[in-house]
Each structure stands twice: as structure tokens, then as C-alpha cells.
Design a protein around this ligand. Structure first.
Ligand code: BES
Ligand code: MN
Ligand code: ZN
Length: 499
């Protein structure tokens, strides 16, 4: 974790320090000249640096006895929204890492930034701290010593007219650590990140919290069978890797404002089962537990943030494999609410695992339930790689969620749960089948889940696109993104409309 502080006094130049200056696309080259002299201005112009977002220009200057590194960070239209602020923090940290600097001085006073704190200083501080921390993230667990590049960055001083945003620093760092936890879980190969590993991680989080208001229950195969979780157990049948049903609980010390259940898809490897995936499609399927990574990561954060809601995190973790014991096409599974499901595609396994987790969640008498799942390729076809599909009939919950997403700078889009499409899930010999037709695949997956919510307030978030990054973008490294941990925590820090 970085040491982050805000100051309104100009920081001293020092060796090993990098001065980072945000520069908008409409900056005045005169401002550069006034501050750094005509040489720097000429060099900036010669390099065609125009302040475009995520472009940089760096140089060194003598400040007394100190050779100071300076980087101009392009911020395009300016620090206008959550994404831009977080990106700035990220870019500053990445640049400092490149030059081996230990301390960043981020100059928000600079006229080229044209930054004003806005009406929510803490939020600005939170986003910058989050970005700075994420800028140092790398998944290096499997790199040998020679190939590891531990971050040089230890501290950041943010120089601005006001130090009010500093009250958001701690929460921003907690959010970033939760994102990093989620990324680490997702980036781990399926050989490492098994259902047992997820349960062990949950245990570590509970032990680190060391508090009676945080607890964990883990159910094994026999216990899940005893609870009649037939859909989940159908998927789990094909793997010798033991399934684990994970139930984390957090109870606030002050009066709880409501009970929230968060469910995450935890398929630690999705081969497709007998409806087997082609090799290319299987390549990223260690990431099919990204929903569970998000809710477990968010849980770690919400405990530290002492959110005012009682929160239950549920993960029905399993692999989806091929073997002599695996479930077959045509099998009929019975979920824990008694509904029967004919399996017409073993690759639509996520909804089967989620079905029993949702039934379990509904029995906790929640004020609301939200699930997160890398559920369908169809959702990526609809919305592209960066945007999650949000499905609910609960207008207030949708509004609260979309507001939280905007504040935290994550992309979400609502999709309709059209009841008419349930016709695609009809079976002649069971209550339903698990897979619809090709068109509307994200919606029929959502409609399938809606059969297991037992009348509770509920929202489904299909994160198949944004959970996985095929290459680095924004503040995201290639691989697991940790999406949408920031939005989950933003929601739980705010006032949710309940009752
Ligand atoms: N885990 C996949 C969905 C997925 C695909 C996520 C690609 C991220 C990237 C899910 O279990 C799946 O296989 N869904 C099928 C559903 C189909 C069989 C109805 C799909 O999307 O093809
Ligand atoms: Mn699948
Ligand atoms: Zn899957």
C-alpha cells in the first residue's frame, strides 16, 4: 500500500521523486513555457504532445542540486468524471514505475489541469487513491525472481488548493485492495484457484478481520446434496475437484440498514462439459469464477469500510468438467426449490450453479439480492467487452446501481427481462430447460435465474465482457479486471432505497 497525502503547500523537489502534471487537450503552451522555459516548450511541440488522454511527455530538470523528473500526463477533456480521475492516478503511478521513482508529486494546482474539486471532495480523493494503487498492480505469482518487477513507487503527495479530498484516501485504497484481491483470484490458473482455494481465501479474509461480526460457513458435497442443491450438484458431478458452497456473513456493529445478499458465479474452470467448448473458447475459462472473485474481494473491502448493511456473500463453487461421472445432455436436475430442469446444454452451467445459490440466498430473508456472473457470450455480443448487462424488474434497485456505477466509473447497461422469451426455456418433460435459442441469450439466462429468486428483490449483472480483459485498457491489466468491485462498494457505502 502506498503512503498517500494531500498538501496545499508546494512540495520540495527531491531525488527519486517524479513530478506529474495533468495536461488538458486545450492547454496553453505558454503555461509550459512560463513554468519550464522555452526549451521544454519547444520539445513538447516537437514531440507533438497534445494532452490527449493517456499520452505522456517526460523530461528532467535541475532544481537546485536535484535532478527532478517531470512527466506531463495527457488528460484529454480534463478531469471531468470518475473515470478520468482514477485514470490520472493510475497513469501517474505507471509512469513513476517506468522511471523507477519512489515518490510521486501529483500537481493538481497546475493551470494545465484546470481542475476544481467539485462538490464531493472525498469521492475525488477516493478515485485518485484508487487509481494510484491500481497503477502498481501486477500478477506476478508465477514469475521467477528474475522476471518480477516489484513497483518502485512507495508514496504519493497530491498538491492542490484544498486537502479536503484526503478524507477519501483510505477508502480508495481499500477499494483498490479489494479489486486487487479479485484480480488475483481471477488471474490464478484453475489448477490453483479451485473451489477449495476460494473457500480458503474466504477463511483468510475472515481470520484477518478477526471479529465476531464476520463469519464463514463452507458446505461440502455431502452437505449440498443434503440441501437438495440438485442443479449445482449436477454440474459438480463431473469433477474430482471437491465443490465448495461458500457463505460469508458481515453484520454491522451499529444498527443494520438492511440485509443484502451478493451471489457470485464460481465456476473455477468451464470446459463446457459434454457440450464441450472449442479450444479457443476454453482458453480464458479459468476466469469463469470472476463473479465470485468480485463478491469475495468486495466482502474483504466492505468489512474494512464498516458498511451499514448486513451482507451475505454466496458462492456455489465448482468446476465444469468432462468425465465418466459428468452430467449428460438430457439429464433432469431438481433445484433446491423443487423446480426440475432438463439439461439441453451442459455449457449453460453457470445458471445451474447460481439457481441453488439464489434459492439459498432467498431463505436468508434478504431485503435485496444481486448476482454477478460471467454468464453468457451473448451479453458480450450485445454490449461489447467493457460493459456489463444489468437485468432487473426492480426500478429503484436499478437506479441505485446505475448511480453507483457512474460514481465509480464503471460501465453498465440495462437489458430487458422480457417474460415472453420464457417460451424458449420450455421443456416437454421438465419444468424448464437450461438453455434457450441463440438470439436473446443474455436475456433467457437472466429469465432462467428469475425462476429461483422466490419473490425477493433481485438484480442480475452479467459481467462476461468487462470481467476479462484480453489486453490492458484504462486502469485494467490484461486478465481478470476486478469489475465491478468498485461499484459494489460504492453502492454499500451509500443509501440504498429499501423496504
Ligand atoms: N462461462 C460461459 C460464458 C462466457 C463465454 C463468459 C465467454 C465469458 C466469455 C458460460 O458458461 C457459457 O458457456 N455460456 C454459453 C451459454 C449457451 C450454452 C446458452 C454461451 O454463452 O455460449
Ligand atoms: Mn459454460
Ligand atoms: Zn461458464
Amino acid at each position: 500500500m502506498l503512503e498517500i497525502q494531500w498538501t496545499s503547500d508546494q512540495p520540495q523537489s527531491a531525488t527519486g521523486q517524479m513530478l506529474a502534471i495533468p495536461v488538458r487537450a486545450e492547454f496553453e503552451p505558454d503555461a509550459i513555457e512560463a513554468r519550464f522555459g522555452p526549451g521544454v516548450r519547444a520539445a513538447v511541440e516537437a514531440a507533438s504532445f497534445k494532452g490527449k488522454s493517456s499520452t505522456t511527455f517526460d523530461f528532467t530538470q535541475m532544481q537546485g542540486d536535484v535532478l527532478e523528473r517531470v512527466v506531463l500526463l495527457g488528460v484529454g477533456d480534463g478531469l471531468v468524471d470518475a473515470e478520468a480521475l482514477r485514470q490520472l492516478g493510475h497513469d501517474a503511478a505507471r509512469e513513476a514505475e517506468k522511471v523507477g521513482a519512489a515518490r510521486i508529486v501529483l500537481d493538481l494546482q497546475a493551470s494545465t489541469a484546470a481542475w476544481t474539486v467539485g462538490d464531493d471532495p472525498a469521492q475525488a480523493g477516493r478515485l485518485l487513491a484508487q487509481g494510484l494503487e491500481l497503477g502498481t498492480y501486477a500478477y506476478d505469482r508465477f514469475l521467477s525472481e528474475d522476471n518480477r518487477k516489484p513497483s518502485s513507487v512507495e508514496a504519493a503527495t497530491i498538491w492542490a488548493d484544498t486537502t479536503a479530498p484526503s478524507e477519501g484516501t483510505a477508502s480508495g485504497q481499500i477499494i483498490a485492495a479489494s479489486v486487487a484481491r479479485a484480480r488475483d483470484l481471477a488471474n490464478g490458473p484453475a489448477e490453483l484457484v479451485t473451489p477449495t482455494f476460494l473457500a480458503e481465501t474466504a477463511k483468510e479474509i475472515v481470520e484477518a478481520a478477526g471479529d465476531a461480526n464476520v463469519s464463514l460457513t463452507v458446505l461440502d458435497r455431502a452437505q449440498c446434496i443434503a440441501l437438495n442443491m440438485g442443479c449445482y450438484m449436477g454440474v459438480a458431478k463431473g469433477s474430482p475437484e471437491e465443490p465448495r458452497f461458500i457463505h460469508l456473513t458481515y453484520k454491522p456493529k451499529s444498527a443494520s440498514k438492511g440485509r443484502v445478499v451478493l451471489v457470485g458465479k464460481g465456476v473455477t474452470f468451464d470446459s463446457g462439459g459434454y457440450s464441450i467448448k472449442p479450444s479457443d473458447g476454453m482458453m480464458d475459462m479459468k476466469l469463469d469464477m470472476s463473479g465470485s472473485a468480485a463478491v469475495i474481494g468486495a466482502f474483504e473491502g466492505l468489512v474494512k469500510l464498516t458498511v451499514p448493511y448486513e451482507v451475505h456473500v454466496l458462492v456455489a463453487a465448482t468446476e465444469n468438467m468432462v468425465s465418466g461421472n459428468a452430467y449428460r445432455l438430457g439429464d433432469i436436475l431438481t433445484a433446491s426449490n423443487g423446480k426440475t430442469v432438463e439439461v439441453n446444454n451442459t455449457d449453460a452451467e453457470g445458471r445451474l450453479t447460481m439457481a441453488d445459490a439464489l434459492v439459498y440466498g432467498s431463505k436468508l430473508d434478504p431485503d435485496l439480492m444481486i448476482d454477478f456472473a460471467t454468464l453468457t457470450g451473448a451479453c458480450m455480443v450485445a454490449l461489447g467487452p467493457y460493459t456489463a448487462g444489468v437485468m432487473t424488474e426492480d426500478e429503484r434497485l436499478a437506479t441505485d446501481w446505475m448511480c453507483a456505477a457512474e460514481k465509480s466509473g464503471e460501465l453498465m447497461w440495462r437489458l430487458p427481462l422480457q417474460a415472453r422469451l420464457k417460451e424458449q426455456l420450455r421443456s416437454k418433460i421438465a419444468d424448464m430447460r437450461n438453455t434457450g435459442e441463440r438470439f436473446g441469450g443474455a436475456l433467457t439466462a437472466g429469465l432462467f435465474l428469475s425462476e429461483f429468486i422466490e419473490g425477493k428483490r433481485w438484480m442480475h449483472v452479467d459481467i462476461a465482457g468487462p470481467a476479462m480483459a484480453s489486453k490492458a485498457h484504462g486502469v485494467t491489466t490484461a486478465g481478470g479486471s476486478g469489475f465491478p468491485v468498485p461499484t459494489i462498494l460504492e453502492l454499500l457505502m451509500g443509501d440504498i432505497q429499501l423496504g
